[in-house]
Design a protein around this ligand. Structure first.
Ligand code: PFF
Length: 453
């Protein structure tokens, strides 16, 4: 990618798909169901919905806006848009750099499990509806330190090669083609799951009939962290993607569409999984293994299951690529634009750093399971620190910056595309939210969830 003329997305539709490609990923298929299961179901889902609307969407809009206004990476953007002397806003970018590495360190490990499951599905090794057998198959994969590390490195090799090709050719081309297929397959899964004997009633009640007593401060913080993680915000990913947006892109409309599509995919994953959990006697609170046990069971109970199961894991692997590319783009853009490395070298350093950081996370499912910090193994610690601490903190700072430093006139100019969009009322509402409501909400949830008060 040339340093002088920055690369960018080539069509408005491409922008939408690439942004969607970043948001939709293992977060929908793997993290959303496992967190919903572990945190009591419907109550968690309700808080997650509120967090997405009141916090996620406004942050997503203003973060993307900042990137397009500055047309730079997550650190340089704040040098460009902050008043002279206020160097500290750059911390947002550095924190994003770190968060991207931390997330990648465990996310690429989970993607490795998905890649392995493509092969296992094709070979018929996971075709079972028995919770014990399904648990044993998953356990055998993650507790093997060698194969789980190798799979993680395959993921890093594949995605590292794509990112070296550059933004428009790499990201857009991959994102454009395959998302609709995954959506259709999820719909098929939902129908099968809901029609299993004894599945629909308990499954839907678990997802949609909230028990308010289960909503504790820790649950609220987890839901907020998931909202940030899902929308790829609070750490400069949307900012970096925003920097590749076209001038005529309608940012509020694009981000709202992405948020809605992303929510639909998560809900479909939930509806595909929870009825089956009850029909087959799986444990809803199983955690990270939930999807890897339940999805094969649903496929096993339908005609042509092996083929569809293989395609499903393949599409999930591909969906994870869109998200991983956007995660890698944060450090790669920083290293290439600020340190003058070529895109290839920046990608290589990023991949190496992640491979190193990834070792403890991946081995925490086997030989390093007992090594704990704050009572968490490396996998859980990386996830907690990034999703539940760094992203919300980044979100607060981005809101405070836009609400109190950047100001309404600039925001109107950027989000209204210089007066060409009839959306002044909407911009004022976003401004009000990011100035007063959103940062306060995040701060309350963060402090309460971390037991500061
Ligand atoms: N949103 C992605 C998912 O839900 O799978 C994960 C992710 C991508 C998080 C990019 C953060 C990010 F910057």
């Amino acid at each position: 990618m040339a340093q002088s003329a920055r690369d960018g997305f080539t069509s408005t539709f491409g922008v939408l798909l690439a942004t969607l490609g970043s948001a939709v990923g293992l977060g929908n298929i793997w993290k959303f169901p496992s967190l919903t299961g572990m945190n009591g179901g419907a109550g968690f889902l309700l808080v997650y919905l509120l967090a997405t609307l009141l916090v996620g969407l406004p942050v997503m809009i203003v973060e993307t806006m900042l990137g397009r206004a500055a047309r730079a990476n997550a650190i340089t953007t704040f040098e460009k848009v902050a008043p002279r002397g206020q160097w500290w806003w750059k911390i947002i970018g550095w924190m994003g750099f770190l968060a991207a590495l931390l997330i990648m360190a465990f996310y690429s490990g989970v993607a490795g499990w998905v890649y392995a499951y493509v092969i296992k599905a094709a070979m018929g090794e996971i075709s079972t509806t028995d919770p014990k057998a399904a648990g044993a198959a998953f356990g055998a994969l993650v507790s093997n330190p060698v194969s789980s590390l190798l799979w993680q490195w395959v993921v890093l090799g594949v995605t590292g090669s794509i990112i070296m090709l550059g933004v428009s050719r790499g990201i857009e081309a991959v994102a454009r083609k395959l998302m609709p297929l995954l959506f259709i397959l999820l719909l098929v899964l939902c129908v099968r799951s809901l029609t299993l004997p004894g599945a629909a009633a308990p499954g839907l009640a678990f997802l949609f009939s909230p028990d308010l007593a289960k909503i504790t401060p820790a649950v609220v913080l987890t839901a907020l962290g998931l909202a940030f993680f899902k929308l790829s915000i609070g750490m400069g990913t949307m900012l970096t993607y925003g920097s590749y947006f076209r001038e005529d892109q309608n940012i509020p409309a694009t981000t709202t569409r992405v948020m809605l599509a992303d929510l639909s995919v998560s809900l479909l994953a939930g509806i595909a999984i929870f009825p089956a959990v009850f029909a087959f006697g799986f444990e809803p609170a199983a955690g990270p293994s939930l999807v890897f046990m339940t999805i094969p069971a649903v496929f096993t109970s339908m005609p042509g299951g092996t083929v569809f199961m293989t395609i499903f894991f393949l599409l999930t692997a591909i969906a994870s690529v869109g998200a991983i590319l956007s995660l890698l783009e944060v450090p790669v853009a920083i290293l290439s634009e600020r340190f003058g490395y070529g895109r290839k070298r920046a990608s290589l350093y990023t991949i190496l750093a992640i491979a190193l950081l990834g070792v403890p996370a991946t081995l925490s499912q086997s030989v390093m399971a007992e090594i704990k910090v704050f009572g968490m193994n490396a996998f859980d610690l990386y996830d907690f620190l990034s999703s539940n601490v760094m992203l919300p903190l980044g979100g607060i700072l981005i809101c405070l910056f836009v609400g109190w430093v950047y100001g309404l006139p600039q925001l109107e100019k950027q989000l209204g595309n210089d007066g060409s969009l009839p959306n002044r009322g909407l911009i004022r509402a976003v401004f009000f939210l990011v100035r007063y409501v959103t940062p306060l909400l995040i701060a309350l949830v963060l402090l309460h969830g971390l037991k500061v008060f």
